[in-house]
Each structure stands twice: as structure tokens, then as C-alpha cells.
Design a protein around this ligand. Structure first.
Ligand code: PEP
Ligand code: MG
Length: 748
């Protein structure tokens, strides 16, 4: 019988209008499949809709195949010809589907009788909606015109089906509420070189989880006395946690558990629980009711600082309940847990690591994002992914985070678990390896190279000593500002810098002035809202605009550096003018300290971070005016290539193995050597053993890095012959494409 494609397109356009009314989803989809099957005179027509959460195609309607499979048949992306059409976003036309090795026979579905196969993806802009599949008993039944007609229908239906898809997903949430259990799922994430963690999922702060529930099916104390005891124990525990933080992270953790303590001492919070108990509620119920009430007050507040406290209130609720259960908890609240979150504030990161979280999975971000830098300092493996399936897992699902390679395993199978158990047993650095680290480093041919530490938190100094850093090449002074609730005073800053200077190994200490803006946002400065924060009021620009903050910081640094070799460095300098303006402020501070007879360092060395292309272009001018320069490749790569360092959608473009980056590095080192300016490198690539040879070849002799990287870099340097390194650099600098550079590194 003749196929009538034009008539079919007309019928479908009528149909899609019909759905604008109140058509029911199943009825609508079944009408679509029967209309297409009828007009095309084919034996079967099926519509699959993509479930974004699981990335699976679900059969939603069929004419001609077993209808019992509706809603149950799920195909993974790339699975069978239908899955392939979705994955590759292209139509598949087969004279006989069975001839294609990708064809997948599904027992009982009824396809065995059919031969001709046509699958067409339904796409709406960048969204994948689903696939429409046609089949016929006769071989070679469909032709290219049919394919074009179904493509036209698919695009005609796309918008309507996008709405259908939305309704289906809302329905699924309503019906199931609980999440799906995914077996042995591997998700590729962004590697951050921060270690490996195994644990159970803890879903933080997503929409399913903003209500606090008493999930544990255990016995709780039942009377007022039990509640009062639980309250007392909770206060003691939180105070202890706060004291621990003050000891370990005095620089950043000032009153980090402040909200917890404030709430506990607020009589309306505990008082409300008491009232509920007195009017007949069980203590556990009273805790749940009150915590939920406060969560909704905080969430609905216009004040973002209060909104941020929702997790604190939930933590407190958990702690009160646990104490009420009289269960003995020796470990922290997040022990053996992997925290899965859309995003995390630096202060939350500190809190969850204080409570023993094993690892972190965040939605979006990058290897050089500042939350990663902080997580590394805190020793927590962190991985980023833009795969939404992480939000569909149930709490307590087993997970492995391999942040070194960028793998995330959900409900891993036994083999994967064994592999990672073996790995974690051999991961930590042995005493013997530590004892092999030398105090100084030199290349094979005896050229000496200085290895320094990047310090983010004062607690990093432990590793700086352990791994024998020869000084501090970069102190990122912003973390105390980011994590605390307000600007630290000059005195508070002085105490932090003094401790850093006194406790650092080596004689060289470089303090960087505040680098906020970009992805380092201060929650207490919400009046600055920018469309493009990385191109905005960041670092030196912010400080030159807010001179009081710069003056306070500089005075604290100058005071702390009294009697030492103090180096002060300015980040994100875009011109010689920036440096000259900053030096005027340094001079002003020196004069004021002298006038006020305050002990200080009167001859600090002033340096510049080279991390903007504009600074590279005027490198000689900057070097003539600066006492030293340090190359910040984390930013230099982002600004040279125009790729946001914390955006995982473009992470594949973010690479130092780019001819432009290599040439810029060479230009900086040449400019510094020509003007006899001290030059070092402190971006992440300083700790990349694959790049160290080319950096030596360019003439760099000073590397500052996460101190844990020192042993591997020292080893790499010891096997470098500088002459050969120069040769390698010359060869590399001639290459014009990223792939040639990558190839070169693979082979050498
Ligand atoms: C850099 O940009 O390379 C750098 C070291 O600074 P930060 O990562 O703090 O921006
Ligand atoms: Mg930088």
C-alpha cells in the first residue's frame, strides 16, 4: 500500500496541537504511534523518551510490538540500534536490522518478525528528547524519503514531546519520591589529582533533601530527661569540635561552628523542642518538627547568609537525634561518607572535613578551581562531574571516588572494589620514601633547582616540612577571608602571617595579597555582583579600588615580616601601571608604620604574579620594576586560551600543552632572565612531572607547588640533563598545534 508522507506530516501537526489541550500523555503518545504506523503502512512504530537522570531511553508507546514493555523497557545510551541513534544523534536506516551487529534482540518484545528498521532521534535544540522507531516485515521497505519524512515529523513533534518528557519526569518524582538504585555505574569526571576515597553517598542540600527526616529506625529516649541529656551532650560535642578546629585551623576556622553553638544556646530553638515535649510529643519528633521549622525559616529568608545555614541546622538535628538514641558515636558525622552536592561553600568544606568526610562529588567545577585547591589542602579527594545521574542515587549508595584519574563508581562491583582496596593500601607515602627526599635538588648535570611549597592553610606547613620544601613560594592569603564570616582585622591577619613566617621551612617566604573575585567569592560582600567575575573586580583590581583593605593587609604583612626575608606578591597584575600603583601603597604603609614606630620589615621585596596575557606582553617593563615575578599558570592558561578554569563544560580545552602557553612561558622566562629578575613558577604545572623538563629547558630554576608533589618533582629533575632539556624545549616551541604538543609529550 502507498505511503503518504505529506498526509502524515499534516496529521501529526494536528495531533501536536491537540496536546496543547488536556490530552493524557499515554493517550497522546499512543495516537502518535498509531498515526505514524497507519500512514507509513509499517508493522510497528514505537516512541522512546530519554530519562535524563539515568541517560536511558524508556519505551513510552508502541504500535505493533508488545505493549507490556511500555514504561519497563529501558535502553542505555548506545544500546542497540535505538540507543545508538540517540547517542550519536543520527538516523539509522537498515534494509534488515538483524544484519547490523549492533541490533539487540529483546526477548518477548516481538521484533523477531521484522526486518526493515528505521530509527530517528527526536531533538529539540541541544536537548535530546527520544527516538522514534519504525519496523516492517519486508526487507528494504523504507527509503530515504521515508527517513526524511520521519525526521520532519520528529522535529514537528520535538517541542510537544519535550513537554511530555517534562511531565513524565515530574510524574516519576511524584510517584517514586525515592531515588533509583544504579548498579555498577561508572561516571567519567574531572580528575583533580586529590586522591581516592570509598564510602557511602551523603546527599547534601539538594531539593529532595531539604526536609530533615528522622530516617533511622532506632529507639530514642522518650522523656524530658533524655532530651535534656541529649542537648547537653550536643553542646559539649560541638564545643569540642570548635576547639579542635581552632587548634588545627586557627587561620580560617574562627567560630566555624558558630551557628551550631548559637542555635543550641538560643532558648527559642531548644525551648520550642521542650514545649513540644511538654505538650505530649516524643523528644525525637520534637527535634524533627523544630529543625524543619527552622530550615524553612532559613530557606525562605532573603538573606543569603541565613540560607547558607540550612545544612548547619540539619547537622544539628542529626546530632541531637543521635545523642537521643544513646548510640555511641566515636567517629565524625560524615565518616565513611562521600558528600554529593551541587556546590559547596569553603566553610562547609571545612566543616565536613572536620567531621571526617571521606570524599566529595560536586556538580561542575575544575581541577584548578579554588574549592579544589582548598580540598587538596584539607586532604579530601574531590571530583567534578556534570552527569545528573549523581542526583538520582539513593543516600548510602556505595561509591568510589578516584579523583586522581577522574573516575566515579556508583555501586561498584567486587572487582572494582578489590582494585581500589589494593590501591589505597599502597597509596600513602612510606617513611622510607620520605627519608629519601633530599634537602636540595639538582639536575643530573648538577644545576641546582629550588623547590618551594604553596601554602593555602597554615596546616599545609606540616607537609612543607615533611617533604623538605626550601621555603614558601606562594601563600594564598585569601582563605582566611573566604572561610570566615567577615574581614579579619589587621591584628588577626598579623597573627596568621607571623605564625606562617615563624613556622615555615627555609628562608624564602612569599606572601600574596588577597586574590578574591573570580571563583573566590566572599559571602559577606554580596554587593558585588558581576556577569563575568573572572574578568571583573578580582585580586589587585579589587584591592586598588578598596585601598583600606589593601593597606590593612600590607601593614599586617610588613609587621609580620620584621627581621625576615619578606616577599610580597601582587596577583592578577595586568600592566606596569598596576604594579606602580601598588608600590605607592606599599610606600605609604612603610611611612605610616615608621611614623607610628611599629616594628616592621622596611625593605620588603615586591613581586608580581604573571598570569595575564597583557602582563606577558610587557614582561620586561614589569621585570625592571619588580624584585621578582612568579608565573601563575592556573590563570595564565585560562586567560590565554579563554577557557574558564572552573567550568567543566570546557575543561577539555584547558591545557598547558598548548603552543600558545608554551610560547608565553618562554617569553616570560626570557624577559626575566634578560632583566635579571628573579623568576619562579607557582601554578599547578610546577608539580607536573611530565612538564618539568620543558620548564627546566626554558630556564626556570625555582618551582613552587603543593608540597606533596616535591618528591616526584625532585626525582624527575634529578634525571634531567639541562642541555637535552633545552633541545626538547626548542623542538616543542616549533610545534603549532595542541595535538602535536600532546603527541610530543606522549612520545618523550
Ligand atoms: C595561578 O593562577 O597559577 C596561581 C598560582 O594562583 P591561583 O591558583 O590562586 O589563582
Ligand atoms: Mg592565579
Amino acid at each position: 500500500m502507498k505511503k503518504d508522507n505529506v498526509e502524515l506530516i499534516c496529521s501529526i501537526s494536528e495531533l501536536s496541537n491537540l496536546f496543547k489541550g488536556k490530552a493524557n500523555i499515554q493517550g497522546f503518545l499512543s495516537k502518535v504511534t498509531s498515526t505514524i504506523a497507519g500512514h507509513m503502512n509499517c508493522d510497528s512504530c514505537s516512541v522512546f523518551i530519554l530519562d535524563d537522570l539515568t541517560d536511558e531511553l524508556i519505551l513510552e508507546a508502541t504500535e505493533g510490538l508488545n505493549k507490556d514493555f511500555i514504561g519497563k523497557l529501558r535502553l542505555k545510551s548506545g544500546e542497540g540500534l535505538t540507543g545508538l541513534a540517540m547517542k550519536e544523534e543520527k538516523s539509522i536506516l537498515e534494509k534488515d536490522g538483524l544484519d547490523n551487529p549492533q541490533f539487540r534482540q529483546i526477548e518477548g518484545f516481538g521484533e523477531e518478525a521484522y526486518k526493515s528498521f528505521l530509527a530517528v532521534p527526536i531533538l529539540s535544540g541541544l536537548s535530546k528528547i527520544g527516538v522514534v522507531v519504525l519496523e516492517h516485515r519486508q526487507k528494504d521497505f523504507f527509503n530515504i524519503n521515508d527517513q526524511l519524512a520521519i525526521k520532519a515529523i520528529a522535529s514537528q513533534l520535538a517541542t510537544t514531546l519535550e513537554n511530555v518528557k517534562l511531565l513524565i519526569s515530574i510524574d516519576e518524582i511524584k510517584v517514586t519520591e525515592q531515588r533509583i538504585v544504579i548498579g555498577n555505574l561508572h561516571i567519567k569526571g574531572i580528575a583533580t589529582d586529590s586522591g581516592i576515597a570509598c564510602g557511602k553517598a551523603f546527599l547534601m542540600g539538594d531539593s529532595h533533601n531539604t526536609i530533615f527526616l528522622n530516617a533511622e529506625d532506632i529507639e530514642y529516649g522518650r522523656d524530658l530527661k533524655d532530651f535534656e541529656e541529649s542537648l547537653g551532650n550536643t553542646v559539649l560535642q560541638v564545643e569540642e569540635l570548635q576547639q579542635l578546629m581552632e587548634r588545627e585551623h586557627s587561620d580560617v576556622a574562627s567560630m566555624i561552628f558558630g551557628t551550631h553553638l548559637l542555635m543550641l544556646s538560643d532558648s527559642s530553638f531548644s525551648g520550642e523542642m521542650l514545649n513540644l515535649i511538654n505538650t505530649g510529643d516524643e523528644p525525637a519528633q520534637a527535634v524533627v518538627t523544630t529543625v524543619n521549622k527552622y530550615i524553612s525559616i532559613f530557606k525562605e529568608s532573603n538573606n543569603p547568609r541565613l540560607q547558607e545555614k540550612v545544612q548547619d541546622i540539619k547537622d544539628l538535628g542529626h546530632r541531637l537525634l543521635r545523642n537521643l538514641s544513646h548510640k555511641v558515636y566515636e567517629e565524625g558525622d560524615y565518616s565513611q561518607q562521600i558528600v554529593v552536592a551541587r556546590e559547596l561553600l569553603p566553610s562547609e568544606l571545612i566543616k565536613i572535613t572536620a567531621q571526617d568526610a571521606e570524599g566529595l562529588v560536586l556538580f561542575g567545577g575544575g581541577a584548578t578551581a579554588h574549592i579544589t585547591i582548598l580540598a587538596k589542602s584539607l586532604g579530601v579527594p574531590i571530583i567534578f562531574t556534570d552527569d545528573r545521574r549523581i542526583f538520582s542515587i539513593t543516600e548510602n549508595t556505595e561509591m568510589i571516588v578516584d579523583a586522581n584519574q577522574g573516575h566515579l563508581f556508583i555501586n561498584p562491583d567486587k572487582g572494582t572494589k578489590r582494585k581500589y582496596e589494593r590501591h589505597s593500601a599502597s597509596a600513602s607515602i612510606s617513611e622510607e620514601e620520605i627519608s629519601r627526599i633530599k634537602e636540595t635538588t639538582a639536575t643530573e648535570d648538577g644545576v641546582s633547582v629550588k623547590l618551594l611549597a604553596n601554602i593555602n592553610l597554615l596546616s599545609d606547613l606540616k607537609n612543607a616540612w615533611l617533604f623538605k620544601a626550601q621555603g614558601v613560594g606562594l601563600y594564598r592569603s585569601e582563605f582566611p577571608f573566604i572561610i570566615r564570616n567577615n574581614f579579619p582585622s589587621e591584628e588577626e591577619q598579623f597573627q596568621i602571617y607571623r605564625k606562617l613566617i615563624n613556622d615555615s621551612p627555609g628562608d624564602e617566604i612569599t606572601l600574596r595579597t588577597l586574590d578574591i573575585g573570580g571563583d573566590k567569592i566572599l559571602s559577606y560582600m554580596k554587593d558585588i555582583e558581576e556577569e563575568n567575575p573572572f574578568l571583573g573586580l578580582r585580586a589587585i583590581r579589587f584591592l586598588l579600588k578598596n585601598k583600606n583593605i589593601l593597606i590593612t593587609q600590607l601593614k599586617a604583612m610588613l609587621r609580620a615580616g620584621a627581621g625576615k626575608d619578606l616577599r610580597i606578591m601582587f596577583p592578577l597584575v595586568s600592566s606596569l601601571d598596576d604594579l606602580l600603583m601598588a608600590k605607592v601603597v606599599v610606600r605609604q604603609c612603610l611611612e605610616e608604620l615608621k611614623r607610628d614606630k611599629v616594628e616592621h620589615n622596611s625593605t620588603p621585596r615586591i613581586g608580581v604574579m604573571i598570569e595575564l596575557p597583557s602582563a606577558v606582553m610587557v614582561i620586561e617593563e614589569i621585570c625592571r620594576e619588580a624584585d621578582f615575578v612568579s608565573i601563575g599558570t592556573n590563570d595564565l592558561v585560562q586567560y590565554l586560551i579563554g577557557v574558564d578554569r572552573s567550568n567543566d563544560h570546557v575543561a577539555w580545552l584547558y591545557t598547558a600543552k598548548h603552543p600558545a602557553v608554551l610560547r608565553a612561558l618562554k617569553a616570560i622566562v626570557d624577559g626575566a632572565l634578560k632583566t635579571k629578575c628573579d623568576v619562579s613558577i607557582c601554578g599547578n604545572i610546577a608539580g607536573d612531572s611530565k612538564l618539568v623538563k620543558v620548564l627546566i629547558g626554558m630556564g626556570l630554576r625555582k618551582f613552587s607547588m603543593n608540597p606533596v608533589k616535591i618528591p616526584i618533582i625532585q626525582q624527575a629533575i634529578e634525571s634531567i640533563d639541562t642541555e637535552k632539556a633545552v633541545q626538547m624545549t626548542e623542538e616543542l616551541l616549533k610545534l603549532g598545534t595542541v595535538s602535536e604538543v600532546e603527541d610530543y609529550f606522549r612520545k618523550n
